[in-house]
Every structure is written in C-alpha cells, then in structure tokens.
Write a protein that binds this ligand. Structure first.
Ligand SMILES: C[S@@+](CC[C@H](N)C(=O)[O-])C[C@H]1O[C@@H](n2cnc3c(N)ncnc32)[C@H](O)[C@@H]1O
Length: 212
C-alpha cells in the first residue's frame, strides 16, 4: 500500500475514534446532569433507613478515585446509596450487585434507579443476603455493607476471600458501635490484611477498610 493511502487510513481511524470519544463524553455529561438533578430533587424524600446525601457522596468518591468496577451492596432499601454507587460505576465502567430482602423496598429502588437513568449499571437481587453473599462468585473490589448490623462480621468473613488486593470493604452506621458492629470493627481493625479508617462526614460513620 502506498504511503499516502496508509496515512489517509490512519487519519480516518483517528477521526473516527475522536468522534466516538466525544460521543461518549456527551452521553456521560447528560447522565451526570440527570443523576445530579434526581439526587438534588429527592434529597429530602428518603424515608426507609437510607444513607444521608453526604455519605452517598463519600461512597461515590471512593469508587471513582480507586477506579473500582465490581461492587456489591448489602441492603438496597429504596435505593439512595444504590444511586450513588451506580453513578460512580457508570464513570468507571463497572457494575453493582445490590441485595434486598424486602420486596416493596426493592420495587421502589428499581423505580428510583430507573428515574436516575442508571438501570444498566445495577443487578438487583431479591434475597436473604445471609445466603446469597455466600453463594456469589467473586472477585469483587468494592463492598458496601448496610443491612442487618448483627451480621456485619459474617458478611465480612464471607466476602474477604472474594476481594482482590486493593479492594475496599465499607460499612455504614459504625459511629456508635454496639453488638455486631463492635465485633465487626474489632475484626477489621485487627486484621493484618486490612487498613481501616472511619469517615465521620455524617454522624452515622462509615468504616473504610482497604485490603493490602
Ligand atoms: C439501612 S437499610 C439500607 C439503606 C440503603 N443502603 C440506602 O441508603 O438507601 C437496610 C436494608 O437492609 C435490608 N435487610 C435487612 N436484613 C437483610 C438480609 N438478611 N438480606 C437482605 N436485605 C436485608 C432491610 O430490609 C433494609 O431495607
């Protein structure tokens, strides 16, 4: 092939890939605007034990900063944290599995995630997480634990072997540790393979444990 033909071909490829990139950026920008509007409008409407807005942002930022792509949420409720997690994963090219035992709450969560324009990033599971967490195949790189607090230690024990190096295990409502939460915190804080800090952006507290 002649040199001029090759350079014409390369220029064509370059223009085509720039066009695809520009299109992807536009799609993400439009998505970001839609999600932000949804989160702002719904900010005072969450009634089902949902995380505060500030904690949703902490989770979102952790995923984006560390480029996590394989996430699990235990305790969907009506989906406030799910929207934040799915938004972050829409930016990293990832996907979320979220588990809820209560059908009414899960239905509402599905509606909310749809309304935010993020349905394609979430795999909703209606199940008892005690069982399903044991069955799910890894590997995963991000966990948000926000269901029954007495089971926090067991969720961690079941997921630890499925987490890759550099993964992050987060848990909600750890500011006032009692029962299962205290046991869970002792477990992760003493664990030689994890480095744990507590985010106190809101009064709930989120433990953040990075796997070494
Ligand atoms: C604190 S709420 C989750 C709030 C949610 N992360 C949010 O911010 O919108 C806890 C949820 O866990 C669910 N749950 C409790 N035990 C569970 C179990 N064993 N398996 C699955 N879900 C469970 C409850 O039904 C409840 O909706």
């Amino acid at each position: 092939m002649k040199r001029s033909a090759i350079s014409l071909l390369l220029t064509g490829f370059l223009i085509a890939s720039l066009a695809v990139q520009a299109q992807t950026t536009v799609v993400q920008q439009q998505r970001d605007e839609k999600v932000q509007r949804f989160l702002d409008e719904s900010r005072s409407r969450w009634r089902d034990l949902n995380v505060p807005y500030e904690d949703g942002k902490v989770l979102h930022d952790l995923i984006v900063k560390n480029n996590y792509t394989r996430a699990i949420e235990i305790g969907t409720s009506t989906g406030h944290s799910t929207v934040w997690l799915a938004w972050a994963l829409s930016k990293t090219g990832g996907k979320l599995i979220t588990i809820e035992i209560d059908e009414r709450r899960q239905k509402q969560a599905i509606e909310n995630v749809k309304a935010a324009g993020l349905a394609e990033f979430v795999d909703f599971r209606l199940a008892d997480a005690h069982q399903l967490v044991k069955e799910l195949k890894g590997p995963f790189d991000f966990v948000f634990s926000d269901a029954d607090k007495d089971w926090y230690p067991q969720y961690f024990k079941d997921l630890d072997p499925k987490l890759v190096k550099g993964a992050c295990f987060t848990a909600h409502n750890v500011a006032n540790p009692y029962g299962g939460i205290r046991e869970f915190l002792e477990l992760v804080q003493k664990h030689p393979n994890y480095k744990t800090t507590i985010d106190r952006t809101s009064s709930s507290g989120i433990s953040i444990s990075f796997k070494k």
